[in-house]
Ligand binder design. Structure first.
Ligand code: NAD
Ligand code: ZN
Ligand code: ZN
Length: 368
């Protein structure tokens, strides 16, 4: 079939919206008609050319939600008409990681996905007979996409897809960091560094876990206001005094949990240093620049602080994204507050500009 998609032709250049060919789903694959797709930092990072593993041409986009239009052979978990959220982090339910409750990092298709291929090593996207590679296994800046069934979460039909798409990346990452990686306990004190999509999700996740005190740190007053709306009890403007301020707020001890959502290694260090002696757990969500490292004084670790990393919030996508969407439908998470701008596919580059200007939390492409 023919369909319109936003193609990264050359690094550092605007995406070009154009018609491409999309082949039918093969065995285990599903054709999805996209209804909405968020614009995330990772798309912009890849478009800029800074990501050493990036490639072009490709169709960017990974925060998609849509409707199943057709299924290939051997697809047993989805039917035509199902509403789905795309998963750059799949869940095969069979690999050694999927059967362990300790991780959400599925091993089934990692290598092929990283190369821009579907699991059989080929692409469904092409132009004039030339294959075009998929991005993050999703390529959702497009009217349609073909993806393996293991990378699609079936969600309630009641959830508006322009809200559901935010669960495809940033929102689930933040919620999950608090709920599934840190497993924040009721009555505890949590500090969240960063109040973008991920940090605000972590604030909401800490609230859902019953945290008593939730401190959010950011550089923007406007974003800190949003953090209060999501459940932060205290806010701080970030800077070099942040660790001391948190120690002062917690009787000199630090927080039970800290969650980093900035991507800055200097802030990751603050997250470790403001975790409590004895049992404080510092969880890192941010993606740092290539080659950067975190400086940690080892004494902080032998006196009981722990450090964890969190990919996609530790969320096992097919099992848990539908549950998180249900919490939204139950009124537990105000997702509307994150949807700042609605744009058409043709305006995808303006979504990048809004993100660069920190105008709003998420721009969502509406495929109409
Ligand atoms: N682990 C994952 O699976 C995953 C998934 C999605 C995003 N991410 C990463 O998470 C990070 C956050 O993503 P986002 O979409 O929320 O980004 P964002 O840019 O919208 O938010 C980052 C926030 O950090 C704040 N900040 C900057 N310096 C600060 C400081 N010194 N102290 C406190 N706050 C500071 C900024 O003001 C901003 O509000 C990024 O690094 C992103 O790449 C990781
Ligand atoms: Zn993302
Ligand atoms: Zn797996």
């Amino acid at each position: 079939m023919r369909m319109r998609a936003a193609v990264l032709e050359q690094f550092g250049q605007p995406l070009v919206v154009q018609e491409l060919d999309l082949a039918e789903p093969k065995a285990g694959e599903v054709l999805v008609r996209l209804v909405a797709c968020g614009v995330c930092h990772t798309d912009m990072y890849t478009a800029s050319g800074v990501d050493p593993s990036g490639y072009a041409p490709t169709v960017l986009g990974h925060e998609g939600a849509g409707v199943v239009e057709a299924i290939g052979d051997d697809v047993d978990s989805l039917q035509v008409g199902d509403h789905v959220v795309t998963l750059f982090s799949p869940q095969c339910r069979e690999c050694v990681h999927c059967v362990s409750p300790k991780t959400n990092i599925c091993l089934a298709i990692r290598d092929q996905q990283g190369k821009g291929h579907l699991p059989d090593g080929t692409t469904r996207l092409s132009r004039d007979g030339e294959p075009i590679r998929h991005f993050m296994g999703t390529s959702t800046f497009a009217e349609y996409t073909v993806m393996p069934q293991i990378a699609l979460a079936k969600v309630s039909r009641e959830a508006p897809l322009d809200r559901a798409c935010l669960f495809a990346c940033g929102l689930s990452t933040g919620l999950g960091a608090a709920m599934f990686t840190a497993k924040v306990q009721q009555g505890s004190t949590v500090v969240v560094f960063g109040a973008g999509m991920v940090g605000l999700g972590a604030v909401a996740g800490a609230r859902l876990q019953g945290a008593e005190r939730i401190v959010c740190v950011d550089l923007s007053d406007e974003r800190l206001q949003m953090a209060r709306h999501q459940g932060a009890t205290d806010t701080l403007l970030g800077g070099s005094d942040t660790v001391q301020e948190i120690l002062d707020m917690t009787g000199g001890f630090g927080a039970d949990y800290t969650i980093e959502a900035t991507g800055l290694v200097s802030v990751m260090r603050q997250a470790v240093e403001s975790a409590r002696m004895g049992w404080g757990l510092a969880t890192m969500c941010g993606v740092a620049g290539k080659g950067e490292t975190i400086a940690i004084v080892p004494r902080l670790l032998i006196t009981g602080r722990r450090v964890a990393g969190s990919s996609f919030g530790g969320v096992k996508g097919r099992d848990q994204v539908p549950l998180l969407v249900q919490r939204y439908l139950d009124g537990d998470i105000d997702v509307d507050a994150f949807l700042s701008h609605r744009i058409g596919l043709d305006d995808v580059n303006s979504g990048f500009e809004l993100m660069e200007a920190q105008d709003g939390i998420r721009s969502v492409i509406d495929f109409g």
